[in-house]
Design a protein around this ligand. Sequence first.
Ligand SMILES: Cc1ncc(COP(=O)(O)O)c(C=O)c1O
Length: 405
Amino acid sequence: VSAEADGMLSSLHWSERTSWDRQPSRLAELCAQAERRGMALTDLSESNPTRCGLLAPRELLARLGDAEGAHYRPDPRGLAAAREAVASYYRRRDLPADPAQIVLTTSTSEAYSWLFKLLADPGGELLVPRPSYPLLPMLAALECVTLNPYDLVRDEGWRVDVDALRRSVGPATRGIVLVHPNNPTGTLVRRDDAGEIARLAAERGLALVVDEVFGDYLHGPCRPDRLPSFAGTADAVCFVLGGLSKLALLPQLKLGWISCYGPTELVTEAVERLELIGDSFLSVSTAVQLSAPAILEAAPLLGAEARRRIVHNLGRLDQAIASLGPGCPLRRLPTDGGWYAMIEIPRTRSDDEWLERLVLDHGIVAHPGYLFGLPTRGTVVVGLLLEPARFDDAIDRALRCWAAG
Ligand SMILES: Cc1ncc(COP(=O)(O)O)c(C=O)c1O
């Protein structure tokens, strides 16, 4: 007899932190509507490289079948050879890294969750940039941690307002999150601001959590006033996050990492505590760790086609806006790197109204700015990974839609 039939299981208590609104988003509803009408949609916000035709060579994936993978000899920080491979990846970029201060995770998302566990008790707070990566609030909620946004200054190229950041630090603040380059603004933190942020963190006993998943996708040479990476931060405890999902375009392999920097005693304590968290899950598969040295070595090649597309698509976007003439109400916001571009569009309609036009009248999907914490009018985010012929066609149609007002 099932418990249900027996009337024994009347209800369960569900945790608050999973009580999310599970209604389909407006965007999902519109896409479903377009599909019911038989429309073929082009998703300009696509950021899954494997759906953009950016597929890893079979020889490389075959490394996942290494016979050594028949054995299970887990190391809670990650297998030494894989950590060494991550350290070599940083050294190839002329950045310092020590395999003894690297901890492997299944993804950058998991790295965030381990760092939230490490740094904050339930109710503890971290400061996060706004606009930024939309998954952060969910990752934090799952750890019962509160995120308080600090605004990036749009008119100053999304610069961190360090004074405002300083004022946001409260008694429960445990760390400052930076996304570098940021998603979706694509901007890097300026060198002088980075120095001040590290000093603020050191003074107030805060950790820096720096997500550098897009660090290998700068759109040109790094400007001298921008910091290329937080790897090597010495004054404050700093956790630099990376992973194969963006670096090698292999989100399906599930490998990320935390590279730790800062005062030795604190870093040693952090690594020992992260090791305990890692030991509780041992989540990273042996197969991916064994293949990591070959994949990380091939990463510059694996990412090359994506970099080519990003540069082409960004140039094409600028040309297409210019071709609409001097009275064109559209503007592409300046950026340093990453997979996205932000476009200012007329505020004559709300983001959702634009979305409806774009999806149902033109068969194109782009992300509304509010998804990233921006106000609900005036900004749209497009991805730059699509194959150029598809991008060119879709961006032309989208720009004409927005420019028509
Ligand atoms: C800024 C940023 N960080 C992290 C991630 C997730 O990376 P992973 O696949 O390693 O969890 C994403 C994915 O889009 C991202 O945009």
